[in-house]
Design a binder for this molecule. Structure first.
Ligand SMILES: [Zn+2]
Length: 189
């Protein structure tokens, strides 16, 4: 498998040098982009921020030069956000897994799926659910609900949202937001 590369030079953020954008693609239709800073002063003043985004439903990778100080601060906030989110989900599980297991015990997998699907409209299809939960006991299935995406189903099944957990998740979201704002406002154009 061979990669074909195409390289272009762009003006760096300070305007006195350049950075290279290397676009590569292979026979399998895969492609990747790499940015390399060649300007010495920009190399210390800026960090390369690589991020994922979706355009027309396809995952793509974006790049931006972000001032190094704010970049490090943003990455720190991102780590804090992730840690708070993980704590919130662990707390939710500790407090509510037992009730969810009791709530789901003895009902068919199809009805468990229906209950989750009613709370999380983008939830996996019934066929995929059967596949993913093959051989799992109710407790294991209930455990999978304590994640970012499925937590709505927990509140729906309990009939109430846990305020403590919800507040922790809100503060994680606000840390994440702060990080994104820092990256955006300190990106070189
Ligand atoms: Zn420069």
């Amino acid at each position: 498998m061979s990669w074909d590369s195409f390289e272009s030079k762009e003006t760096c953020p300070c305007g006195r040098g350049t950075y290279r954008v290397v676009l590569s693609s292979n026979d399998w239709g895969q492609s990747r982009t790499e940015w390399h800073m060649d300007c010495r002063s920009c190399k210390s003043a800026y960090s390369l921020h690589t991020f994922e985004y979706y355009s027309n439903g396809l995952r793509d990778e974006g790049h931006a030069w972000v001032r190094t100080g704010p970049y490090k601060e943003a990455k720190q906030l991102e780590r804090e956000a992730l840690a708070v989110k993980e704590q919130a989900l662990a707390l939710a599980k500790k407090k509510h897994l037992g009730s969810i297991v009791a709530r789901l015990d003895g009902i068919s997998k199809k009805r468990i799926w229906s209950a989750i699907h009613a709370a999380v409209p983008n939830y996996k299809s019934l066929g995929t659910f059967y596949l993913h939960t093959k051989g799992m006991v109710t407790r294991e299935i209930a455990s999978t609900l304590f994640s970012d995406f499925e937590l709505q189903a927990v509140w729906k099944l309990l009939g109430v949202q846990d305020k403590e957990v919800t507040q922790m998740l809100a503060s994680a979201a606000s840390l994440q937001k702060k990080s994104e704002v820092l990256l955006r406002t300190n990106s070189a154009r």
